[in-house]
Structure formats: C-alpha cells, structure tokens
Design a protein around this ligand. Structure first.
Ligand SMILES: O=C(O)CCC(=O)C(=O)O
Length: 306
C-alpha cells in the first residue's frame, strides 16, 4: 500500500493511464536532415522532407533538433525566431503550420532557437492537422559537456533552460516532448508516462563522443521503463561542422525493441506505430501493479502546486 506522505495528486506511479487515442495505428516519419548555414534553404529542405514523409503515408512527422540553424552558440542568437510574435516573426514555424494544415498531418517540429525578450531557448513546436500550434517545449536540461580532447560544448553560454514538461494530445495519441539531453533524465519520461503518454518524441543531436554509446540505449531504456513508444530525430552528420551529429534517428517500441533506425546520412524513416502493443505489454507485464509506492515515490511538481 502506498504511504500517504505525499498528496494523492502528486504521486507518480508508472504508466498509470491509457487514454484512448483517436487513432491507434498509423505511420510515423522521422526526417534526418542535412542542416546548412542557409536558413531559407533549411526551411525549404525541411518542407520538402515533410511533404515526402506525408506522401509516403506518415500521419505524424518528426524533425531534428535545431534544423534551421547550425548547432552552435554563435548561431543561436543569429537564427533565433520570436515564436510568440506570430508567423511573420517566425518563418520556420509559419512553414510548419502551413504544411501541417495542407497535408493534414501532425508535426513535432524538431527544435529551433527561440528568442523571447532577452532570452534564448531551444524550442520544439507541435502543430496539429489544423495548422494550429498545440504545444511548445523549451529544452529543460541544457547540454553542457567538457570531455578533454574530445568535446566541449556549453549550451548554457547562450540558452536559458525551459521550466515546464510538455505533454500534448494530438490526433495520433498523447505525446510527451523532450529535446536531446532531456532524454537522460528518466524522471521526465516517467512523468509523461504517468500522465498517459503513448509516445515520447525526442528531437536530438547527440555527438560523436556520447552518441555511439548512449543514443540508442537511452531511447530503449525510456521505452522499456515506461512501456511506450519512443521516437528520436537527429540532423544528418556533417563532418565539416563545428558540432558533428551522431545521426541514427530511431523508433523504439514498448518492448524496448528498435523498430526502425538509420545510419548518419540524410534519411526519411517511415515506420508503423500500433498502440495496442502498449496495452499488450502492460497486460503481460503489469509494472503499474508491481510498483512500490510505499518504498519510493516521484513527485509531479506541477500537480503538487496545482
Ligand atoms: O546527453 C548527451 O550526451 C548529448 C546531448 C546533446 O547532444 C544535446 O542535448 O544537444
């Protein structure tokens, strides 16, 4: 029996809910794109990829982390867009909105540098089939790394961390959003699972140091821990870039199995999602019932404060 030291609404058992989504079987598209210094070209290129994915049957399409700008602290302020100021101030999100509406697809729009007042964020926008912005996720865990001789990168030099977990109901299920380094923090994924997520989407640009060891295993772990689908989307690798992305965009199922993946070049992955596999997994192995809330608990701070 769960102890009562936390208010009921703040306790987070795993995989508590399974809300019935409007669609349970559909195709997802993961667009692993080459990113250049030419923003206009990046936007056009992403548009073409979204169109190709939709044409191949994808109802949900995911873009990479920072797809309209080089991934660098020098570039973030230059390429940043004021998303809240409307589409005139944000050509990247204007394109996403238009394409979502015209092609009748849901878009998890990777991420772009966002300017808000005097702050910059690494931000993912989710657009529904009506072209409306359904959610905006600002990367919560900034990526600061210093491995001597291998990689030094400090997002915190220019970016501000987001403060809010983002879970969104779409026509293709309830989706929890994280950006790249957010995937390392299992509590965020558990929180989404406890709020009924079917799928976690992580636009991400892992690198040549941590990518080979961790990118896939982190996705499989988040899927296994929470018995749900996990999708990731990376930029294609550019060995001449200041930050070299690992690539390997991937879809993982609720058994922790890799359903689709790719190497490091440009690619559009189309793969099937079937949410009945989540129900099956949870029926076969009911972690929710085995969970020991009397021994450990995770607090949903938003619920606690609401
Ligand atoms: O966590 C890692 O190892 C990589 C994270 C990353 O590349 C990012 O957050 O952009």
């Amino acid at each position: 029996m769960a102890s009562s030291f936390l208010p009921e609404q703040a306790r987070v058992p795993p995989s508590l809910q399974f809300p019935f989504p409007p669609v349970t079987k559909f195709k997802i598209g993961l667009c692993q794109l080459k990113v250049t210094a030419d923003k206009e070209n990046n936007i056009l290129h992403a548009r073409t990829a979204l169109e190709e994915a939709a044409q191949k049957g994808a109802k949900l399409v995911l873009l990479p982390e920072i797809w309209n700008s080089p991934y660098s602290n020098d570039s973030f302020p230059v390429y940043a867009e004021e998303i809240d100021a409307g589409f005139d101030a944000s050509p990247s999100t204007a394109m996403l909105s238009e394409v979502a509406r015209l092609l009748n697809i849901t878009i998890v729009g990777g991420s772009i540098p966002e300017r808000s007042g005097d702050k910059l964020y690494n931000t993912c926008c989710v657009f529904g089939t009506d072209g409306k912005l359904k959610a905006k996720h600002r990367k919560i865990h900034l990526f600061d790394i210093d491995v001597p001789g291998e990689i030094i990168f400090k997002e915190s030099k220019t970016l501000t961390a987001g403060e809010t977990p983002t879970i969104v109901d779409t026509e293709v299920g309830r989706i929890g959003i994280g950006i790249c380094h957010d995937i390392r923090f299992p509590e965020l994924a558990m929180l989404y699972a406890s709020r009924g997520a079917h799928l976690l989407c992580y636009p991400g640009a892992f690198n040549m140091t941590t990518g080979p060891f961790l990118w896939e295993v982190l996705q499989r772990a988040r899927a296994l821990d929470n018995q749900l689908y996990v999708a990731s989307c990376s930029p294609a690798r550019d060995v001449g870039a200041g930050y070299v992305a690992w690539g390997h965009s991937t879809l993982v199922g609720p058994f922790g199995e890799v359903l689709a993946t790719t190497e490091h070049g440009e690619a559009i992955i189309i793969s099937d999602i079937d949410y009945s596999q989540i129900e099956l997994m949870r029926k076969n192995l009911p972690l929710e019932k085995q969970w020991r809330g009397d021994v450990y608990q995770l607090v949903d701070v938003q619920r606690l404060n609401s």
